[in-house]
Write a protein that binds this ligand. Structure first.
Ligand SMILES: [Cu+2]
Length: 329
C-alpha cells in the first residue's frame, strides 16, 4: 500500500526546530534566482531584437558605457554576498557548530547497509554495547558482542527509527559497505554515511509532531446526515476508485489537497475498501530515506520514522530493552 509516496509540489512539511531557517533560505534563493532568470531572459530577447542584423548597419566594437548595467551587476553581486555571508553561513554555522550538550541529548548509532537502516539505542542503562564485525549475522546486523554486559539491554531497530520530540537527537552515522546518505526530508536532515568513519549529526523534532497526532490531523471523520464524510487532508489515492458503471471517480495518485471528499458513490467505494487509511495514504510520510544511489535496490532503502512524546518514547525503550537475543550463537 505504501509503495507510492510523494512529497507534493513544494517543500515537504517542516517538523524540526532548525528547519524553518533552512526553508527560509531555500525560499529566498529560489525567488532571487527566478527574478534573475526572468530579468536576464527579457534582456536577452530585447538584445536579440534591438541589435538584429539590418541593412546599412555595421556593428561597433567598443564596449557599452551605460551605467545601468554596471549598477545592476554590482547590485546582484552585493545581494549574492549578502545571501552567502548574511544568510547562509550564519544559518549553517548555527546548526553545525553547536552540538547539543551530552546531558540533554539522546545518542543513537546508525549503521547503514545495502539496503537497510539499523538503529542502535543504548537501552535502559544508557551504555552502548561494543560491536565486532566478525559477530555480524542476519539476526545481529551490527555485530553486537554477546560477552559485553553493556549491550545486554541494547536495542537494534531495523528500518524503524523511533525518537522523542522536543529532545535533541544526536546520531552517529556509519556504514557497513558503501557510501549512503542519511536523509529525513521532513526534518531537513541529510548527511553522507561513509564506511570506516563515524559522522555525527543532530536535530530536534518539534513538539507536536508526534506520529499519532499527525495521523489524526490527516484523517478526520465527519458524520453528516447519517453518512460518513471524510475530510482527507494531504492524502493521495493509492488506487482507482470507480463507480458501479466503471467511471473513475478518484484516480490513483489523485491529490486531495485540503478538499472534502464528496459524492455518494465515492464514499461508498471508500467504505467498501475499508477505513480511509487503508485506501488513502499520507502525502507526507514520515520516513528516513537513502539519498545516495548505493546499488540496485537503493530505491527501497527506507525506514519508517515514529515520533513519540517523551513518555511514549520511554515506554518504547522500556518495552524493547528486555534484552537482545542472539539466535545464531
Ligand atoms: Cu543507500
Amino acid at each position: 500500500m505504501l509503495a507510492q509516496t510523494t512529497y507534493g509540489r513544494w517543500l515537504p512539511p517542516q517538523l524540526s526546530e532548525h528547519g524553518g531557517k533552512i526553508d527560509q533560505l531555500i525560499d529566498v534563493l529560489h525567488v532571487f534566482m527566478a527574478v534573475l532568470f526572468i530579468a536576464w531572459g527579457i534582456f536577452f530577447v530585447y538584445c536579440l531584437f534591438r541589435f538584429r542584423a539590418k541593412q546599412g548597419h555595421a556593428a561597433r566594437y567598443e564596449p557599452v558605457k551605460g551605467l545601468i548595467s554596471k549598477y545592476a551587476e554590482i547590485g546582484v553581486g552585493v545581494f549574492e554576498a549578502f545571501l552567502l555571508l548574511g544568510l547562509s553561513m550564519p544559518v549553517w554555522a548555527d546548526y553545525k557548530n553547536k552540538p547539543p550538550a551530552e546531558s540533554e541529548r539522546l545518542p543513537v548509532r546508525v549503521v547503514a547497509e545495502q539496503f537497510q537502516w539499523n538503529f542502535h539505542y543504548a537501552g535502559k542503562d544508557g551504555k552502548f554495547g561494543s560491536t565486532d564485525n566478525s559477530q555480524i549475522t542476519a539476526s545481529n546486523p551490527i555485530g553486537l558482542r554477546s560477552d559485553d554486559p553493556a549491550g545486554a539491554d541494547d536495542i537494534v531497530s531495523v528500518n524503524e527509527f523511533h525518537l522523542p520530540t522536543g529532545t535533541p537527537i544526536y546520531l552517529r552515522l556509519t556504514s557497513k559497505d558503501v557510501i549512503h546518505s542519511f536523509a529525513i526530508p521532513t526534518m531537513r536532515v541529510k548527511q553522507d554515511v561513509i564506511p570506516g568513519m563515524e559522522i555525527p549529526i543532530w536535530f530536534t523534532a518539534k513538539e507536536g509532531s508526534e506520529s499519532e497526532k499527525l495521523r489524526e490531523q490527516m484523517v478526520q471523520h465527519f458524520p453528516i446526515e447519517g453518512a460518513n464524510w471524510y475530510k482527507l487532508r494531504h492524502m493521495i489515492a493509492s488506487e482507482d476508485h470507480k463507480s458501479s458503471g466503471g467511471e473513475v471517480l478518484l484516480a490513483k495518485g489523485a491529490d486531495l489537497g485540503d478538499s472534502f471528499v464528496k459524492g455518494k458513490e465515492l464514499i461508498e467505494s471508500l467504505q467498501k475498501a475499508g477505513v480511509a487509511e487503508l485506501v488513502m495514504q499520507p502525502r507526507h510520510p514520515l520516513e528516513v530515506i537513502c539519498a545516495q544511489l548505493c546499488g540496485n535496490s537503493h530505491f527501497k532503502m527506507k525506514a519508517t520514522m515514529v515520533t513519540h512524546d517523551a513518555a511514549g518514547f520511554n515506554a518504547w525503550i522500556e518495552e524493547k530493552s528486555k534484552g537482545v537475543e542472539f539466535e545464531d550463537f
